[in-house]
Design a protein around this ligand. Structure first.
Ligand SMILES: [Zn+2]
Length: 410
């Protein structure tokens, strides 16, 4: 078995790993890089845009664009495997947001610990804690060799037991671990060590706020939605989801999530999402939410006992609804995204909206990475999805730095 990382040895985002055994190949992730997205072409791998039946399949570790975002460029009928909820989440996101779609591909479902057999390969997904829902490490076996690909991992979300299970009971006899290293060398965003501390701080802010509490978080960050919902309940506030978020909740189909109708949760349809539904004549999306909708004219009176999932594109809706008096905004996502929306946030500030940043990272801390690489029984560790290769090399003497586009034996 041999391996080629097409992208990820020197950057965060755009992961793509090709694995070959006995002339057959599979791909682990096919992500959109975070930089220069418009110019990016699908990696030069036989079978993606030209007929080559030695390419047996593509495995997507989780529904973040930097792991699946180039699927739409594939023109050949290569089987694509991912988690069932992951596929639904991608479908909803690409309808409501500029996030990449998967084109005409009909993904095949894989499930935790259920091996998928493809030619000489056996691929076993192992569920893991990450800010994306339905995330997996992928164990690839062929020719008696075993390769473990981490995907994106962390140990401080709402499923830390998944991370702990891998540490205490790792898959045995791994020949190579390909491991993410996002947090190395990054500005550590760990004033809040885990999701529970995020929820606790939100409770304090919600209780101190006189008007509407707005929370800007990724709708795909299922753990964070649960934290917001938990904090809203503890502060006796109702939760208002925008329709995109309500659809993500439906797609994830995960019990602890705030479900419109079931939990007194309301759904608001911002103008931009309304236009999208009208343009695509996708009225079936809005229909199930009608009984639970809250309309703009009701927002003002609901403000003081509500928490609302927010995104900058909703600012105009809220301004017109005159519901921002005494409001607070919590930015609850990577500070890089917050900086990019500086102008929108400035406008909110001018409306008198107070702002707080309450977030914990979707990726493993340096400490968690260190625990992970110590726990996996392997003589070789190849880092991916990182910028600071030197810092990763300091984690273990078993680290082997590789470059994009080079083949190496497993
Ligand atoms: Zn991710």
């Amino acid at each position: 078995m041999r391996c080629k990382i097409h992208r990820g040895c020197h950057e965060i985002g755009g992961n793509c790993v090709e694995v070959e055994s006995q002339g057959k190949r599979i791909i682990l992730d096919i992500g959109l890089p975070l930089k220069d997205q418009n110019a990016v072409r699908v990696p030069d791998i036989d079978g993606l845009t030209s007929l080559d039946d030695s390419l047996l399949g593509i495995f997507v570790s989780h529904p973040h664009p930097d792991h699946y975002g180039l699927l739409q460029q594939i023109t050949q009928p290569v089987p694509v495997y991912m988690g069932e909820a992951a596929a639904r989440i991608i479908e909803v996101s690409s309808f409501f947001t500029p996030l990449p779609p998967i084109g005409t591909i009909k993904p095949r479902r894989y499930s935790a610990t259920q091996p998928v057999h493809l030619g000489p390969f056996q691929v076993t997904p192992l569920r893991i804690d990450h800010s994306a829902y339905d995330s997996y490490c992928l164990l690839v076996e062929a020719e008696g060799k075993r390769l473990l690909y981490s995907g994106d991992i962390r140990g401080h979300g709402r499923n830390p037991h998944l991370f702990q299970q891998l540490l205490s009971n790792p898959p045995p006899n791994i020949d190579v671990l390909i491991c993410e290293g996002t947090q190395l060398g990054r500005d550590p965003e760990f004033s809040y060590p885990n999701e529970h501390s995020v929820a606790d701080r939100m409770v304090e802010i919600f209780r101190e706020t006189k008007g509407m509490c707005l929370v800007w978080c990724s709708s795909q960050n299922i753990d964070r939605l649960i934290s917001v919902w938990d904090a809203a309940q503890r502060s006796d506030r109702q939760l208002i989801l925008d329709m995109y978020t309500a659809e993500i909740v439906r797609a994830a189909n995960h019990d602890p999530l705030p479900t419109p109708g079931r939990d007194g949760v309301k759904v608001f349809l911002p103008q931009s999402q309304k236009s999208r539904i009208k343009r695509e004549k996708a009225f079936q999306i809005a229909k199930p939410h009608y009984p639970h909708r809250i309309y703009p004219e009701k927002l003002r009176e609901a403000a003081k006992h509500s928490v609302m999932i927010f995104r900058p594109s909703m600012f105009g809706d809220l301004k017109r609804a005159q519901c921002l008096e005494g409001a607070t905004l919590i930015t609850s996502l990577w500070s890089g995204y917050v900086r990019r929306s500086h102008d929108d946030l400035k406008e909110l500030e001018q409306e008198g909206v107070n702002r707080f940043h309450v977030h914990t990272s979707g990726h493993a801390t340096v400490e968690e990475l260190s625990q992970f690489v110590q726990a996996i029984p392997t003589p070789r560790i190849v880092p991916i999805h990182l910028e600071d290769r030197g810092a990763f090399a300091d984690l273990s003497t078993r680290v082997e730095l590789r470059n994009d586009h080079e083949w190496w034996d497993v």
